[in-house]
Write a protein that binds this ligand. Structure first.
Ligand code: PLP
Length: 371
C-alpha cells in the first residue's frame, strides 16, 4: 500500500551526513530535526543519527524533551532558547542545551538556583539577521553577565545565523562573519569561549569560511538545496552530491476516459484538447501537496513525467496520462523526490520554497523508512 506516503531513504540520509564530513572535516555536525525533521519524522531520524552526528538541534523545548523521552543520548540544543513560560530546570532534568539570545533569559537563569555548572548554553550573537540574538554593541557585556552565572558551564559556545547565505553574490554573509569575529576577538578572557557555530545549509554549501566548529545542516541533511531553483540556475541538491531523502508518492485510484473539449475538476479550469486518459490519484492538499501550482506541474508515473490537470483538491489530483496510456489503478505516482523530479522543481512550480513544501506535509501522509 502506498497511498500518500513519505518514503524516507535511510541510506540517502547517511550519505548526506558523510558528504558533510568530507566538506567540513574538522567541524562537528548538528543535525537539525525541528519541525518533525522537516516532515521526515523527528524521533526516527534522531534515533538513526544518534551517535552518527554530534548534536541535534530543535526549535522548542518540547521537541528536545520528546527526543530525550524516546532515548536519544547525544547533545540536543534548543535553538530558540527558553520561552517565558518554560521552566529552566527542565533543561537540567532532560540534559538539554539552550541558546541564550536576550537579557530576559539571563535574568531568568539568575533568579533560578540551578546547580553549579549544570547548564550548557550557546550565546547567540545577532551578527546581522536582526531576529534573535544580542546586538554586537551590547554583546560583550551580556556575555560577561552570562559567564558570571554559576549554573552556566564554561566555556560558553557562540552561535549566530545568516540572513542571506543563499544569495551567493551578497556581501551580507561576509559582513556577518566579520561581525562575528570582531565579537570573538573582543572577549578579554578567551578561555571563556567555547565552540563557534554559524553555518546552516547555505553556509555549509556556499561559504566554507563559515564552517567553524559546528555546522548545522537542516534542509541539506534531507538532500534538498537551500538555494532557490530556476530553469537558469538548476540549483538542486544533487549538484552538490547530496541525495534526496524523501520520496513523496501515492498511487492511482482509477484510470478513466476523457473526451475532447470536456473540462474537469472544481471550477472546470482545464479543458482537454483531444480525447485522453486521466489518472485520479490519491493525493491532495489534505496531505500537504500545494493547492496553488502552475498549470502542467509534473508528476512521475511509469518512467515518465505527466502533467497535473485541473485544480488540486483536498484528497485527489487528476493527471493527464495521454491517449495511448496503459497505466492502471495501483500504479505508483511520485510527486517529488526522484532524480527527474526533485522537490526544488515543485517549489518553482508552486511559488513556495522547498522548506515550506516539506514542512507543510500533514499527518495523513504516512511515513515509511526504506533501505
Ligand atoms: C533551521 C535552522 C537551521 C537549519 O537551517 P537550514 O537552512 O535548513 O539548513 C540552522 N540553524 C538555526 C538556528 C535554525 O533555526
Amino acid at each position: 500500500m502506498s497511498i500518500a506516503t513519505i518514503e524516507v531513504s535511510v541510506s540517502a540520509l547517511l550519505h548526506n551526513v558523510n558528504l558533510f564530513r568530507q566538506l567540513s572535516p574538522t567541524s562537528q555536525i548538528m543535525a537539525i530535526v525541528k519541525a518533525n525533521a522537516y516532515s521526515h519524522g523527528k524521533n526516527k531520524i534522531a534515533t538513526i543519527l544518534d551517535r552518527v552526528v554530534d548534536y541535534f538541534g530543535v526549535a522548542r523545548l518540547e521537541e528536545g524533551i520528546e527526543l530525550r523521552k524516546i532515548g536519544v543520548q547525544f547533545p540536543i540544543l534548543i535553538l530558540e532558547g527558553l520561552f517565558l513560560h518554560d521552566c529552566p530546570s527542565q533543561l537540567v532534568d532532560y540534559n538539554l542545551q539552550t541558546v541564550i539570545h536576550c537579557a530576559q533569559q539571563i535574568e531568568t537563569l539568575r533568579k533560578m538556583s540551578l546547580p553549579v555548572n549544570s547548564l550548557d548554553v550557546w550565546f547567540k550573537l545577532d551578527s546581522g539577521m536582526h531576529r534573535l540574538g544580542f546586538r554586537p554593541e551590547e554583546a560583550k557585556d551580556y556575555f560577561q553577565q552570562l559567564a558570571d552565572l554559576a549554573c552556566v558551564k564554561k566555556p560558553i559556545n557562540i552561535i549566530s545565523h545568516f540572513s542571506s547565505a543563499d544569495e551567493l553574490n551578497s556581501a551580507q554573509t561576509l559582513h556577518q562573519m566579520a561581525t562575528f569575529d570582531l565579537f570573538i576577538n573582543s572577549i578579554d578572557d578567551q578561555s571563556l569561549l567555547g565552540k563557534q557555530s554559524i553555518a546552516a545549509s547555505g553556509g555549509i554549501l556556499a561559504w566554507p569560511m563559515s564552517h567553524r566548529d559546528v555546522i548545522r545542516p537542516g534542509i541539506a541533511l534531507y538532500g534538498v538545496s537551500p538555494f532557490s531553483y530556476s530553469e537558469a540556475n538548476k540549483a538542486i541538491a544533487a549538484e552538490f552530491g547530496l541525495k534526496s531523502v524523501m520520496t513523496f508518492k501515492s498511487e492511482i485510484i482509477t484510470v478513466r476516459e476523457h473526451k475532447k473539449d470536456e473540462s474537469l475538476g472544481y471550477g472546470l479550469i482545464w479543458q482537454a484538447k483531444h480525447d485522453t486518459r486521466l489518472a485520479v490519484v490519491a493525493m491532495g492538499y489534505g496531505d500537504g501537496y500545494p493547492r496553488d501550482i502552475l498549470p502542467d506541474t509534473p508528476v512521475w508515473i511509469n518512467d515518465r513525467l505527466v502533467p497535473i490537470v485541473g485544480r488540486v483538491a483536498m484528497d485527489m489530483i487528476l493527471v493527464d496520462l495521454g491517449p495511448q496510456a496503459t497505466d492502471q489503478a495501483g500504479d505508483e505516482v511520485i510527486f517529488w523526490g526522484n532524480a527527474a523530479l526533485p522537490v526544488e522543481k515543485i517549489a518553482a512550480h508552486s511559488g513556495m520554497s522547498a522548506y515550506e513544501l516539506l514542512t507543510r506535509l500533514t499527518e495523513r501522509a504516512k511515513l515509511r523508512y526504506v533501505d
